[in-house]
Design a protein around this ligand. Structure first.
Ligand SMILES: Cc1cc2nc3c(=O)[nH]c(=O)nc-3n(C[C@H](O)[C@H](O)[C@H](O)COP(=O)(O)OP(=O)(O)OC[C@H]3O[C@@H](n4cnc5c(N)ncnc54)[C@H](O)[C@@H]3O)c2cc1C
Length: 465
């Protein structure tokens, strides 16, 4: 009986995980990918859509895993770890192993007014909302971005370039921009934003936000007609339903194998708190780390399904590249500092590499020829489907998927179903092997920090959060 692996979320972590499991899907594994969208979002590129400098088709690529991987296009609404099943807007799914890769949520630190008055940037819908809001504003209307990290700097540079002479301010609570990156990068970014006419306020924590003002802790009040909040990531709200150990930011504490305190649940990507050494801080969320986690979680699961000991996750930092508007960019490639068009090209190559490794060459061709999802295809959660889940893959059409219309024994009367009509009570194969695996929390020794990033010694070169 194939093991049922359900991967929640087709972002940087989820697509890498599915790519690695794909070869076994339809054989000894049944792999189902659930995402609210029918496409993978290049979240690292969405600042260009928000600023209106690039179309949606450059950041949305349809999933392309072949018929053996089942894909459910639906919003995940609840997770029941005791019974090992997941509720979605298109029906319920049972699993033997769950891979939680739904990304993170915007961290507002509980600051009053943020939720009510700010826009965020966590996907194509958000990017479009920002673009529409900018388009509706006169050039001189004050725009404020809170968060001077990688996302905030990239977004500010792109908006400043698309709205020359506009009033734009970046507010960062830490003493410098890009506080977790190399000081040289922070200086270069600050100079570039200054050159683009952006006001930069560092060392200015926000105290409260109103419909037209941002109050700083030092009493300064900044007027705004548009506020964009990109000041950190916390765990996805659904991590609370996993009933596992989480850190203060709601990210799930994972062991050396990326498993939560429930060994059948892996957590990867922005909602995972991975500590490379027992006393180290969790690594900062990033697309680079998320992709590596996706591959690693799949490797660990495949090893255990074969009765192996598992494969510990070994993150490796390839560097960091940030856009500074147009062809301007800067960053580190391993030990090498790069800037200007070279850095810009390197960043595009990094994105292309991610697509080739996870979605494959056909999707890379789509990306390079601008044939991502056409503009106008409405992203975002789909309306609840008529009776029966919309499952793509396996034999490609829904009719062939046998659905067990069990008596509704769950809240809201949704049918519980198992893939291929297997009896829900059957337990997953190999759980004995899983239980026998190394204990949760078997930590990895830290690796040397990456030159130029103020990483603490145990962080494998990745910057601390
Ligand atoms: C503007 C911007 C620039 C960035 N630049 C960089 C960079 O240069 N380098 C870098 O390394 N990182 C960068 N990042 C960070 C990087 O994008 C994230 O760390 C990475 O995307 C996290 O991957 P993930 O798989 O955890 O989540 P995501 O990529 O966010 O994917 C989560 C997926 O889950 C789906 N989903 C979420 N909730 C539900 C639900 N309830 N039901 C169904 N589906 C759901 C979403 O549709 C999405 O497909 C940037 C981020 C932003 C916003």
């Amino acid at each position: 009986m194939p093991a049922r692996v359900v991967v929640l979320g087709g972002g940087y972590a989820g697509v890498a995980c599915v790519r690695r499991l794909q070869s076994r899907a339809g054989r000894d594994l049944q792999v189902t990918l659930v995402d609210r969208n029918p496409f993978h979002t290049l979240l690292t590129e969405t600042h260009t859509v928000a600023a209106g400098t690039r179309p949606v088709s450059t950041v949305a690529l349809p999933f392309d895993f072949g018929p053996q991987v089942r894909r459910l296009e639906a919003e995940v609404t609840a997770i029941h770890p005791e019974g090992r099943w997941v509720e979605t807007t298109a029906g319920s799914l049972e699993y033997d192993y769950l891979v939680f890769a739904l990304g993170g949520a915007d961290q507002d630190y509980g600051i009053p007014g943020v939720r009510e008055h700010a826009l965020f940037l966590r996907g194509i819908d958000d990017a479009r909302r920002i673009r529409a809001a900018l388009a509706a504003l006169p050039r001189q209307a004050p725009v404020v971005i809170v968060g001077g990290g990688l996302t905030g700097v990239e977004l500010a540079a792109e908006i400043a370039l698309s709205r020359p002479g506009g009033s734009l301010t970046v507010v960062e609570g830490a003493p410098t921009l890009l506080p977790s990156l190399h000081p040289g990068l922070a200086l270069r970014a600050r100079r570039r934003l200054g050159w683009l006419g952006v006001n930069v306020r560092t060392g200015s924590p926000v105290r409260a936000v109103g419909p037209d003002r941002v109050e700083l802790a030092d009493g300064t009040v900044l007027p705004h007609r548009l506020l964009i909040w990109v000041a950190g990531v916390k765990g996805h709200p659904l991590t609370a339903q996993l009933k596992v150990r989480r850190d203060r930011a709601g990210r799930v504490e994972v062991d050396a194998y990326l498993r939560s305190s429930r060994p059948e649940i892996y957590v990867i990507g922005d909602s995972a708190a991975f500590r490379p050494a027992p006393d180290a801080r969790p690594l900062a969320p990033s697309g680079q780390l998320s992709e590596q986690m996706g591959f690693a979680a799949a490797d660990d699961l495949l090893s255990r399904l074969e009765g192996g000991p598992g494969v510990p996750f070994r993150p490796h930092f390839r560097g960091v590249l940030l856009d500074l508007g147009g062809l301007a960019a800067a960053g580190l490639i391993y030990r090498l500092q790069v800037a200007g068009p070279v850095a810009h090209l390197a960043k595009r190559a990094a994105v292309a590499g991610h697509v080739a490794r996870t979605l494959g060459l056909r999707s890379l061709f789509r990306l390079l020829t601008g044939r991502g999802l056409p503009v106008g295809s409405t992203p975002g959660p789909q309306p609840a489907a008529p009776a029966g889940p919309r499952v793509h893959g396996e034999t490609g059409s829904r009719e062939n998927t046998r659905v067990e219309e069990a008596a509704p024994d769950t809240a809201g009367g949704k049918a519980r179903w198992t893939a291929q009509g297997t009896d829900a009570s059957q337990t997953a194969p190999n759980t004995a092997a899983m239980a026998g695996g190394p204990a949760a929390g078997a930590e990895l020794p830290g690796e040397a920090g990456f030159p130029g990033s103020p990483a603490d010694p145990g962080s494998a070169g990745f910057p601390p959060p």
